[in-house]
Design a protein around this ligand. Sequence first.
Ligand SMILES: [Cu+2]
Length: 229
Amino acid sequence: MKKLAVFLLLPLLAGCSSITVLDPKSTTGEEQAYLIWFSLGLMMIVLVVVFVLFARFVIKYRYTEERKNDIPEDVKGNLKLELTWTILPIILLIVLAVPTIAITYNQSPKMAAEADDGIDIGVAAQQFTWTFSQPNGKTDQNKLVLPEGEDVTLHLSSKDVIHSFWVPALAGKIDAIPGRTVTYEIKHLQKGTYRGKCAEYCGTQHTNMVFEVQVVSKKAYQKYLKEMK
Ligand SMILES: [Cu+2]
């Protein structure tokens, strides 16, 4: 009983407010959070319908003294019901698929040539650090400084094994793969300091492969670019 209570309280103990994926600080992250809420909403509708019907039937057809010798009538098919539970899920899946496909395709990592404009940032992953290169050639380790309100195009590569670039507040995970450059856009950044980490187990020090993204004012960003390399 105690274990069950702890299990049920887990979401509260974990403090849902710190799930930054649901408090996005970029347009890209907002679209991803929208998909999470949208699919959750649809699921809740299905869940409520199923649970209400389930409760109703459990009560209505429960075992009673009067009905203990009742043998239910044989029923063979019900066209209306069968059409309903075939067509409704199809409609639900289409409703779910349209925004999911639209947003996922629009956001998926691209080859360098197709990428739109934005501030080009080199992201080189290596056991167990991140090296970020700014457009003017300035590099920094485990610290990425970006200007607010802008779009950024990341050019991800890896020097050894597969790593994964993840800043929960800004966007989903993007793999950094040795031997190729993957391009990913994060749109309209909001000011703030966000934690990032490698999200692909890449070796003994994987857990220490963390970094910080500082989205600062445009003025502060220009100043940062001019600082000594
Ligand atoms: Cu890694």
